[in-house]
Design a protein around this ligand. Structure first.
Ligand code: PLP
Length: 403
């Protein structure tokens, strides 16, 4: 594989993620091509964004048609695509309104603001605390970062937003010991996408929901990574029985264009006054036109039936991989958001995961990392059974080389 032309180590980007970056040129279906013409099966889909794959004529056409009509309007007015998508999102769960933004962090930022606003107005000034969980990832803006209690993300930016506490995830005793009526909100993921692919237990979901109801604490379900069928159902939080007062979405919402949604229950929405939150670009005509296309596609019964079948197939493939590779520990995650625990059978230490990701790339498969030693797989929903099987074969080869 030609590598020299395909990567660059001298970029204009501040603090970018790797010493050497792959320069990608185009995509087709579940495949990406770099500038030297090498082809990669994308098992990460742009960190769970490109649910409908790459290089689609139909999506390009939607964007082209909307761009010819209107690219941007100020938030003083609206457009048909924004109205239509907004209505569909609101009708998708126990919600009364939606705030459209541009990124996951921004959706969570709005959620935290609205939760504090609710608590102050419904319960009183002193109810401002926010609870999050160890290994959570809610974003990199100050509010969202304050709820992302991982030292490597937080330490360079201290002091953060005051009043945020964290307890271990899935720890019912710790939750009960801390959560009380002083809290405004709890923010939580049903699968910890960045922090190790741990799934929420049914018991924890039950206790969390009950405590939030008991103390009138706003429950924010961060579904930026899990939402829109990534774990097999529309919303992982509703599937596990939570009743979120606020639910946040982003990643796949506009098929790769930046669009986020903060969905609000009636009790929160009715306390927000005009002008208390806003955005210039959020919910623009182009992103919402594509968002509508994605929404309709994802909700087609035949598309969903096929997705469920492929989710089961991936699970079978991963179970075989686990049996066959000594370096594979637990299988984690859910649906098309899966984690493979990698055991350090050769004592590689800190180099274990970077070497693994590099070897996978060299073999022509792009995968992600989650937490310390979890390989994350989040394929696009249009990937075929053959491609899933080919991808897991490539992973098998990579894992055999490191074990
Ligand atoms: N919340 C979750 C669960 C995420 O996975 C992410 C991003 O990975 C974010 C929030 C932040 O989203 P963004 O990077 O679009 O700001």
């Amino acid at each position: 594989m030609e590598k020299t032309e395909a990567t660059v180590d001298n970029t204009p980007f501040a603090g970018h993620v790797a010493p050497e970056l792959l320069v990608l040129d185009k995509g087709e279906g579940a495949w990406l091509y770099d500038k030297a013409g090498n082809k990669y099966l994308d098992f990460g889909s742009g960190i769970a964004v490109n649910a409908l794959g790459y290089g689609r004529e139909d999506m390009a056409q939607v964007v082209y048609n909307q761009m010819k009509k209107l690219i941007h309007i100020p938030p003083l007015w609206t457009t048909e695509p924004a109205l239509e998508l907004g209505k569909k999102l609101v009708a998708s769960g126990p919600f009364a309104a939606v705030h459209l933004g541009n990124s996951g962090s921004e959706a969570n930022e709005a959620a935290l603001k609205f939760a504090r606003l609710y608590a102050k107005r419904a319960k009183g000034e002193e109810h401002h605390k926010i609870l999050c969980f160890e290994n959570a990832f809610h974003g990199r803006t100050m509010g969202a970062l304050s709820c992302t209690p991982t030292p490597k993300y937080q330490d360079p930016y201290q002091p953060l937003v005051p009043g945020v506490l964290s307890v271990p995830y899935n720890d019912v005793a710790a939750l009960k010991a801390v959560l009380n009526a002083e809290f405004a909100a709890v923010i939580v993921e049903v699968v910890q996408g960045e922090g190790g692919m741990t799934c929420m237990t049914q018991e924890f979901a039950g206790e969390l929901g009950a405590l939030c109801r008991k103390h009138d604490i706003i429950l924010i379900a961060d579904e930026i990574q899990t939402g829109l069928y990534r774990t097999g159902s529309l919303y992982a939080s509703l599937e596990i029985g939570l009743e979120p007062d606020i639910l946040t979405l982003a990643k796949p919402l506009a098929g790769g264009l930046p669009l986020s949604a903060t969905l609000l229950a009636e009790k929160v929405n009715k306390l927000i006054h005009v002008g208390e939150h806003g955005t210039t670009f959020g919910g623009g005509p182009v992103t919402t036109a594509l968002g509508l296309f994605v929404w309709d596609k994802l909700n087609e019964p035949a598309f969903l039936a096929e997705l469920k079948e492929k989710i089961n197939y991936l699970d079978e493939l991963l179970q075989k991989l686990q049996l066959d590779c000594a370096c594979v520990g637990r299988l984690k995650g859910k649906g098309f958001l899966r984690g493979i625990e990698i055991l350090d059978t050769k004592g590689k230490g800190e180099k274990l995961m970077p070497d693994l990701l590099e070897e996978a790339q060299a073999q022509g498969i792009l995968v992600l990392r989650s937490g310390k030693n979890i390989l994350r797989i989040a394929p696009s929903f249009i990937i075929s059974r053959q491609e899933l099987s080919f991808g897991v074969e490539l992973l098998h080869k990579v894992l055999k080389e490191i074990e």
